[in-house]
Design a protein around this ligand. Structure first.
Ligand code: G6P
Ligand code: MG
Length: 236
């Protein structure tokens, strides 16, 4: 691993070899984070206010329902449950329209290579995403068959930073959290991984993802060996 590329804030010692890899979807595997942001902004704008990029960091990784609640708090607004369902549906209609032609070109650099390599090496792979659109996206990008388990917003009752999505992922892989690493681009996702006892790899800006055990700017050029070197060099 090149110097300066990776930042370690790890405090987790004596953890076992990595057997399972749990990937967040939006912003880690696919470049959809901006489509979510655009659709939420459109909704906020229709209500008379805007969402900053900084505020949007708190929306990443958070379920559709919880995201709407956060946005309404920003606008100091409240609505009936029916109206809120309508708004969440509207946002999803806009979001789905923006991914309707999705194909491999939306994959973020390095994600497909790493997923293929994990599978080739006989290691375990799960999705750990809040999105209810995950199956649609994994099919459209041709990645769905690589996954041993898909844990997403259709299977969870709690939103990140609650660790439920990752704990269910580890369970589906028949592994313990300490056997797995989690890739996350969101503050809430990193927190969820840490709370669940997983090694967390932040994918993105080290200033934003400072709570992660390790931060890499992207999955580009990342291999199983590089990840092992990163984790064990820093822990031994
Ligand atoms: C991910 C994204 C969030 C999104 C959430 C729910 O965690 O980071 O931005 O709001 O999934 O996605 P969905 O596709 O179900 O609306
Ligand atoms: Mg994400």
């Amino acid at each position: 691993m090149q110097r300066g590329v990776v930042e370690s804030t790890s405090t987790k010692d004596n953890m076992s070899m990595v057997k399972g890899y749990i990937f967040d979807l939006d912003g880690v595997i696919v470049d959809t984070a901006n489509y979510h942001y655009d659709a939420w902004r459109k909704l906020a704008n229709s209500l008379g206010f805007d969402i900053t990029e900084e505020q949007n960091e708190n929306l990443k990784g958070v379920s559709r329902k919880e995201s709407l609640e956060y946005i309404l708090r920003l606008g100091n607004l409240n609505f009936s449950d029916d109206k809120k369902s309508e708004m969440a549906e509207l946002k999803n209609t806009w979001y789905v329209a923006s991914i309707r032609n999705m194909d491999k070109s939306e994959l973020l650099p390095g994600s497909e290579n790493l997923i293929e390599e994990i599978k080739e090496k006989g290691l375990k792979l799960s999705l750990g995403s809040a999105s209810k659109n995950s199956v649609r996206i994994l099919k459209a990008t041709g990645l769905i068959d690589f996954f041993d388990a898909i844990i997403d917003g259709t299977k969870t009752t709690e939103s990140k930073p609650h660790p439920q999505v990752f704990l269910l992922g580890a369970e589906a892989l028949n592994l313990n959290p300490e056997d797995c690493i989690v890739f996350e681009d969101s503050i809430n996702g990193v927190k969820a991984a840490n709370i669940g006892g997983f090694r967390s790899i932040g994918v993105g800006d080290k200033n934003i993802l400072s709570e992660a055990d390790f931060v890499i700017p992207s999955l580009d050029g990342i291999s199983v060996d590089k990840l092992n070197a990163l984790i064990y060099q820093n822990n031994n």
